[in-house]
Design a protein around this ligand. Structure first.
Ligand SMILES: [Zn+2]
Length: 156
């Protein structure tokens, strides 16, 4: 499945605070995409979320960062979303159906849209992904994910 990285606590907000707009200078591909929480925490963003939007976002130490958080669907793009989450002068990628994983899966982020071996057809998460990052890299998972075949349903 495709994956995109974002700083915390913004990734948390998609799954816990109804953030259904992702602001980017570019459009995300339509369809299911995994959200990876980067190891970076946006302190000024967190202050804005608490003070202006009134959302009790967690502190960095309360979050597992450098990890896959869940799946969401990109259902459209506009530059004129009226959502309180929309920021000016960028693409508003419209999201739907956020589904948080039962627990965060440690995984390294990359620039842009990248691939992780989570099945787009059945949602299976291979046991291999529950390895530590160095183990997963040795097993070839991180960079071979594009060619991965699901062991649960056989989808490529
Ligand atoms: Zn599958």
């Amino acid at each position: 499945m495709r994956c995109v990285s974002m700083w915390e606590p913004w990734a948390w907000c998609i799954f816990r605070a109804g953030k259904l707009v992702e602001n980017r200078p570019w459009k995300l591909p339509l369809g299911a995409i995994v959200i990876q929480a980067a190891k970076r925490y946006d302190e000024s963003g967190a202050r804005y979320l608490r003070q202006v939007m009134g959302i009790a976002v967690p502190e960095a130490r309360e979050l597992v960062m450098g990890a896959l958080v869940g799946v969401v669907r990109v259902v459209g793009h506009t530059r004129e979303s009226g959502s309180p989450w929309a920021q000016p002068d960028c693409w508003h990628n419209l999201l739907a159906d956020p589904q948080e994983f039962p627990r965060r899966i440690p995984w390294r982020g990359r620039q842009g849209v990248f691939w992780v071996p989570i099945c787009e057809t059945c949602g299976a998460v291979p046991e291999t992904m529950l390895l530590t990052m160095p183990e997963a890299e040795r097993a070839g998972w991180v960079y071979a994910a594009r060619q991965w075949r699901c062991q649960a349903c056989g989808a490529v």
